[in-house]
Ligand binder design. Sequence first.
Ligand code: AKG
Length: 367
Amino acid sequence: MSSCVGLANVLFPPLFKKKVSNPLSKMSRWAKRTQLSTREFISDTSSVLSGYREFKRDGATPETAYLSMRRLYRTTNGRFNDAVGLLCKTIHRKRTASLPESLFGDATNLEVKQIGACLKKDGFYKFPRQIPRELCDHLLDFSLKSTGTSVSLESSPPAETRFDRANPKSVRHQFNSSTLFEDESIQQLCTDPYLHAVAAEYLGFNPVLDLLSMWWSAPGDTALQSRAAQLYHFDMDRFKFIKFFIYLTDVDTNNGPHCYVRGSHTRKPVALLKDQRLTDGEILEHYAPNELVELTGPTGTLLAVDTRGFHKGKPLLERDRLIFQIQFSDSLFGQNYPPVSVPREISVTASKRFSENPRCYANFETS
Ligand SMILES: O=C(O)CCC(=O)C(=O)O
């Protein structure tokens, strides 16, 4: 290839000068910039490959393979992940969803395509469609009746308690996925064809629903901001993924909007490729202030976010915020989340979708 480029440059210099750059020198410039070490790259790639074999055999990812996966993201600035994404496109072909059955109404495949294009450009999308108000009220009510755990600095396992809106004990109080999936409307949300179609359109393959969560955020101890994901960071639990967030309370600038750095889901400035939380100041050294977006919205607001980009929950100054989240990914390889227990009684629609698309619901286990 490089010799063809060389030949073309020699034969037609004015034609090829600008358009064709030597891919080898481009790669070597990039390797220098990212300080990519060939030895580290080979060792992490082989750790991921052997870890993947173990994952296929035992259903769990070895810690070393998971750490290698996270490192490969940084050392290749996402190129390794994108290559895995391309592979998934050929192996797990997208399915056409029957959108009219969605909770979100009369969506069309064209709309799904346009959302996918916005997501590819910005890394996030705020839907004009909202979740029906009764469903939001029901989920808020469910969150106050169910028990969850509060984020704290203690190392002992947290006790299961109810969230007290009048007297919150922590900046974040979260619910277990199996507790959530007992609720029929959450079963409906998790198996909704519209969310699945948007995820598949963005990712380019039939994804796996690997994470389901919901949490309250409240003002409080700033020492907990890192644990509560209230400092900028990027997620790297899987190779490729997309999250949907639903606001179950009204969210403005003072009660914890989800914040995102527009376009940061693609290549990142090398100085920010750190597996750690970052301050707003560090982010602002590399991005313009208008690229830092606060996603506010009323109860029922639906967001799709590629949290491989820089994001955080803004620390709350007042009131509280309830948010629901589901994530679709390339596979269950990576972070080992516990499987979601499926209750004996589940909605007929959810059960139908489970059998129509077993790959998507591989992390759901019937007890
Ligand atoms: O609370 C939010 O809006 C962000 C949460 C987050 O970034 C996370 O859980 O990783």
